[in-house]
Design a protein around this ligand. Structure first.
Ligand code: ARG
Length: 622
């Protein structure tokens, strides 16, 4: 792996674009974020004119308000009539290579960027970072928009976490998609991330599955598609169990021990006791399921560091959790079961040991946390799980806090809303694989509808698979994560409108402008670009939007909210889309062609990093 030292040093700033000395403000990152540098240079003038701390003024310099590049609401800092305060700033204002002019508009001070100087500083920052990222493909903090502030910190994330032998439902799909982005965002902020898949692979239902497999299982089917087959077996035995329970309740069956329910409980008890035969069969189901899951995650471009699961929690850790809860007086008993009493926190009572002595989901999360803490000593542990489990996580976190665990306070539940209407042509029980397959087919059909273009696609299979996956992911990420949404395969795979394919398409177009102009030499540094050519309004809009990127990434990180980043991609795609007609490379005079191509090459690089943060694979041809 290349070390950062091999990265070429950035040449000094050209004399004509030199900046005045900027105040140092903790929240600002002027070396990576050019708008921060511009905001700082405004903050310097204003803070001196008004005698207000530069930190405070910095926070009050807004971007993109009142149609201006930068704006300050005067009443936020100075009471009374704004004219006098404005005059002080306007008198003191001296243009710099970043900020060209200042004006007053009622209660606002507005600042315009120096377009050429701004283009210089921005493209210099982006192109240098892009080069560094190319030289260090392993580095997560080289690309434009990343930082190293999280250096030395470790985040453990539990996401996806499906249940073996049950379908991978919409909740797992969302957890997978959102969790992957949250992981990437942490890495972009310099954190070390461990991605953990906490499989639901333990509990009474695996006793039931085992009873079902002995009756209806097929070795051949199991090996072919373990997840499908185990699910079919599970559904069948579960129906039979339900019917039997009805007959039992009606008095038609009298021997409780002969029921499927009782048999399943016995097998689960055997599993908990470590009985080799019960364990061996369960382990096979688990291993085969993991193999199959891995194939599917690969299609999604998602990787886990650890496949863990409820079965892996150490029995002694669960016992310890129970003991600590009892010692600390947190528990009560009810019909032989042991519960933690969280009624005074309005979180009900939660069972931690069932009457037959077996453990439950919460017990495994309590014990599991102890195991994970011992192993990872994380600074933060995020669980990405649907909102339906909010109470569970509140109970878990509260119990951990009352137990006095070291990990308490480092835990976070990132929840999300429901998906409505998710079904595939095969039916309403949805398997992740089927969704991805259908997204791919739908994309493939869309692409075929343009015969001429279709003929040019080198590998339509892979291309439709990638765009199909993009469509599903973007549909999931484009709304605020707490909101529900309607799954609509046709809509999300459309090239018309703000959906996933549009982002891929924009990336392809940005790639093709370089391909189509092989005779134009791409400048190797901004110093070789005639910046006066980049002075047009449409280009300024693109540049300004690129300048907003670092803050967009940071906001997404701070709020664990990918939607802002998705909309940043849509907006960039629109800006670029509306520039093609006027900002031509082919046929333009040499210097103009070079400058514009440099802009498009850098724009492509930033769009590609944004897409990668969203766990997408940017494609180059379509
Ligand atoms: N397997 C669980 C389910 O499908 C989700 C697990 C989430 N993680 C956790 N540590 N509880 O509902």
């Amino acid at each position: 792996m290349a070390s950062a030292a091999t990265t070429s040093a950035q040449p000094p700033i050209l004399e004509k674009y030199a900046l005045p000395e900027l105040p140092s403000v903790a929240a600002a990152d002027p070396h990576r974020n050019v708008l921060d540098a511009a905001r700082l240079s405004v903050a310097k003038i204003v803070s001196e004119a008004w005698g207000v701390d530069a930190d405070k003024v910095f926070m009050g310099v807004d971007t993109g308000k009142k149609g201006a590049d930068l704006a300050i609401a005067i009443p936020r800092f100075v009471k009374g009539k704004p004219d006098e305060a404005a005059k002080k700033v306007l008198d003191a204002f001296k243009p710099s290579s970043l900020v060209a002019s200042a004006t007053q508009d009622g209660a606002f001070l507005l600042f315009a960027l120096d377009r050429e100087g701004f283009a210089y500083h921005l493209l210099r920052t982006i192109s240098h970072a892009t080069k560094a990222a190319e030289e260090n493909p392993e580095s997560k903090t080289a690309a434009y928009g990343t930082t190293e502030e999280g250096k030395g910190k470790h985040m453990l994330i539990d996401f996806s976490s499906p249940n073996i032998a049950k379908p991978f439902h919409a909740g797992h799909l969302r957890s997978t998609i959102i969790g992957a982005v949250i992981s990437n965002l942490h890495e972009a902020m310099g954190w070390k991330v461990t991605r953990l898949n906490y499989l639901g692979d333990w509990g009474t239902q695996y006793g039931l599955l085992s009873v079902g497999f002995d009756r209806y299982g097929s070795e051949e089917e199991l090996v072919k598609d373990p997840i499908q087959h185990l699910f079919q077996v599970y559904v069948k035995i579960n129906q039979e169990r339900a019917a039997e329970t009805e007959r039992f309740n009606a008095g038609e069956i009298t021997d409780a021990d002969s029921t499927i329910h009782a048999a399943a409980k016995r097998v689960f008890k055997d599993m908990e006791d470590g009985e080799p035969k019960a364990i061996a069969q369960w382990a096979r189901f688990r291993d085969l399921s993991i193999e199959k899951l891995k194939e599917t995650y690969k299609k999604l471009n998602i990787d886990f560091d650890v496949y863990w699961g409820e079965s892996q929690v150490k029995p002694e850790s669960m016992q310890r959790a129970i003991d600590v809860c009892v010692e600390k007086g947190l528990t009560c008993e009810d019909r032989g079961a042991l519960l933690v009493d969280l009624v005074r926190f309005k979180m009900d009572k939660a069972i931690i040991r069932k009457a037959d002595g077996t453990t439950i989901y919460l017990t495994r999360d309590l014990g599991g946390l102890h195991d994970k803490w011992n192993k990872y000593k994380f600074d933060k542990h995020i669980y990405v799980v649907q909102a339906a489990q909010s109470l569970h996580f509140r109970q878990l976190f509260k119990t951990v806090e009352l137990m006095g665990e070291e990990a308490a306070g480092k835990l976070e539940h990132i929840s999300f809303g429901l998906v409505h209407g998710m079904s595939t042509r095969k039916g309403t029980v949805v398997f992740l694989d089927d969704i991805l397959e259908e997204a791919k087919e739908t994309m493939h059909e869309q692409m075929k509808s343009n015969e001429a273009k279709y003929a040019q696609i080198e590998d339509p299979e892979t291309t439709s698979q990638i765009i199909g996956t993009t469509a599903v992911k973007i549909q999931d990420l484009m709304g605020k994560r707490v909101n529900d949404y309607n799954f609509d395969m046709k809509r999300c795979t459309s090239f018309e409108g703000d959906f996933g394919p549009f982002i891929q398409y924009s990336h392809v177009r940005l790639c093709s402008v370089q391909r189509k102009n092989p005779n134009v030499v791409v400048p190797s540094a901004v110093e070789e670009v005639d910046l006066s050519i980049l002075n047009e309004p449409k280009i300024h809009d693109i540049l300004f939007h690129l300048a907003l990127y670092p803050q967009t990434v940071r906001n997404a990180f701070n709020q664990s909210e990918p939607s802002g980043l998705v909309h940043w991609c849509f907006r960039l795609s629109h800006l670029v889309g509306s520039a093609w007609e006027t900002i031509k490379v082919s046929g333009a005079p040499e210097e103009a062609a070079k400058a514009r191509l440099f802009l498009f090459v850098q724009t492509r690089a930033v769009l590609a990093s944004a897409m990668r943060l969203l766990s997408l694979t940017p494609i180059e041809h379509m």
